[in-house]
Write a new protein. Structure first.
Length: 319
């Protein structure tokens, strides 16, 4: 069957399944691929391949998917939240503390989320005000102190305990999909970190999580802070690449909005702990690729990205 189509280079995820979106003319109100694989969104003027795992559609889907990133040589990852499940480590550290009547274990997950949100508010404020960078441990401690005062439980944890919790940010576990995907991707691409924080923090996280990155670019090392457009350009330049040859992967919309402005391809990985309160429909429309990474399996999130980009590993040679 012949149809007039034009690829848009955009992917969506529906219940974790990768979907390739292609433009179509409005008159294509019903389209079939072997009577199974296509359906038409007339409101978006698009046709979606729904079942990439079907034997007669998978190779076509992979080939079309690879076109959007054909020139890319590096994948640039955000670290905490995108590749690491920071909340599990922080909550576990809180649970290891002596029980206090003023702050119950059931409160710990929300406390951790509030701590994380407060950290983002701090770094964005400093960036917008043009303030110099500070050690992320200092930021985390200040935010924790403020939250405990706000919750009127300021006497719960003494200085030593609070410092222990701040240090817990250096010890994180990888999301289940992260390490297997990175092992595949690093065979074909430079896989690097670009994240706000200190180099020591990134080294500790890489060591504790086992994430196999080729290089760690911290905001401390580059002397810039995300979402400054210059930091994305500098990371690409240090790899000897143009921004257009890089893919930025993050679970934070602000990060990808900036990366888009310098010409990087963008991949959004949705995680339960990140971008709370964001409009995910808007995010889905603004990025090149959107994957759901919330089911806790090895097959979601970054695994879907590896399926598209490292197709040789799946037995499909698209070189």
């Amino acid at each position: 069957m012949k149809t007039r189509i034009k690829d848009r280079g955009r992917f969506l995820a529906s219940n974790g399944a990768c979907v390739w979106i292609i433009e179509a003319s409005m008159e294509m109100r019903s389209t079939f691929f072997d009577n199974r694989a296509l359906y038409t969104h007339t409101s978006r003027k698009s046709v979606s391949i729904l079942h990439p795992n079907l034997p007669d559609t998978k190779r076509y889907w992979l080939k079309m998917a690879s076109k959007s990133f054909a020139e890319c040589k590096a994948i640039v990852f955000d670290l905490m939240g995108t590749c690491c499940d920071w909340q599990t480590g922080i909550v576990r550290s809180m649970q290891n503390l002596p029980v206090n009547e003023q702050l119950q274990p059931k409160d710990y997950p929300n406390l951790a989320l509030e701590w994380r949100a407060g950290f983002f508010q701090e770094i964005h404020h400093r960036f917008e005000q043009g303030l110099p960078q500070e050690d992320i441990d200092v930021t985390h401690r200040r935010v924790l102190d403020r939250i405990l005062r706000k919750r009127m439980v300021d006497s719960v944890w003494d200085d030593a305990v609070r410092q222990q919790l701040v240090t817990a940010w250096h010890d994180q576990v990888a999301w289940p999909d992260a390490i297997p995907a990175l092992e595949r991707l690093r065979r074909k691409y430079f896989v690097v970190v670009l994240a706000n924080g200190t180099t020591r923090l990134q080294l500790d996280i890489a060591k504790s999580s086992g994430l196999p990155f080729h290089m760690l670019f911290s905001s401390q090392l580059l002397g810039l802070t995300k979402p400054d457009l210059a930091i994305y350009r500098k990371a690409a330049d240090l790899m000897g690449l143009r921004p257009e040859e890089c893919i930025m992967v993050a679970a934070h919309a602000y990060d990808l909005r900036a990366a888009t402005q310098v010409g990087m391809k963008t991949v959004y990985i949705r995680r339960n702990t990140e971008d709370v309160g964001e409009d995910f429909d808007e995010i889905e429309q603004s990025v090149d690729v959107y994957f759901d990474g919330r089911d806790g399996s090895r097959e979601c999130g970054l695994a879907r990205l590896a399926e598209i980009l490292n197709v040789r590993n799946n037995g499909y040679d698209m070189a």
